[in-house]
Design a protein around this ligand. Structure first.
Ligand SMILES: [Zn+2]
Length: 220
């Protein structure tokens, strides 16, 4: 069966430039709410920003593949699949307080997040979460159950899929900020800063603390 966009002659990019299509059809954010169209259009969300084939350096061109318009190489057939980037992080609690880190780099420099980061190509999500926490907090942890999996579609660098684990400390270590964090602290739920950097992290905190967390997932 033909994809409805193809059968009606609507180019996918034209449809995506319509924020109603983005909200309704492509990737509705978790928890309701509207997509941030300005963020969505800050780069080419469907095709990516690449211009040349990474295999043979020919200029890439749009091509319909798998019911989507994708960048493809007319010379060697390479197709660029523009996928979200997986990330992982964790919840570390001490006396009911949650560990957060403050970003020392852009984007959202100065805002707070759960300790987390992008998964390396040869790394499992759990190993990534444990590594990122060691780098950003100095704490030695092991993953427990998954708290949740979140779409990180308000990150201006790229769409992310964030896996957040419950964690437990395996050694007693002093909290020391590092890597791309300049502060690391434990916060009681009522004291969590307003400036949590990304929606996925606000949603995870809401899933952890429920309505006791005054932030919440629904703001864009
Ligand atoms: Zn090529």
């Amino acid at each position: 069966m033909k994809h409805p966009l193809i059968s009606t002659g609507v180019r996918f990019l034209d449809a995506v430039s319509d924020s109603r299509f983005y909200n309704d059809r492509v990737c509705r954010p978790q928890g309701g709410g509207s997509a941030d169209t300005a963020t969505v259009m800050s780069h080419n969300m469907t095709l990516g920003n690449f211009r040349y084939c990474p295999l043979c350096a020919t200029l890439l061109a749009p091509k319909i593949d798998g019911l989507r318009e994708r960048l493809s190489c007319p010379a060697c057939g390479y197709i660029y699949y523009h996928n979200p980037v997986p990330a992982a992080g964790g919840i570390i609690l001490r006396d009911g307080k949650v560990c957060l880190v403050r970003r020392s780099v852009q984007p959202r420099l100065g805002d707070w997040t759960l300790p987390a980061g992008f998964i390396e190509y040869d790394e499992s999500p759990r190993a990534c979460a444990e590594r990122e926490i060691a780098e950003e907090t100095g704490l030695i942890v092991e993953t427990d159950a998954v708290l949740g999996v979140y779409d990180g579609f308000d990150d201006p660098r790229h769409h992310a899929i964030l896996i957040i684990y419950h964690m437990h400390e395996t050694e007693k270590k002093t909290l020391i900020a590092g890597d791309d964090a300049d502060r690391a602290e434990f916060f009681a739920v009522a004291d969590i800063p307003d400036n949590i950097a990304f929606r996925a992290h606000r949603q995870a905190l809401h899933d952890l603390f429920g309505d006791a967390y005054p932030g919440g997932p629904t703001d864009a």
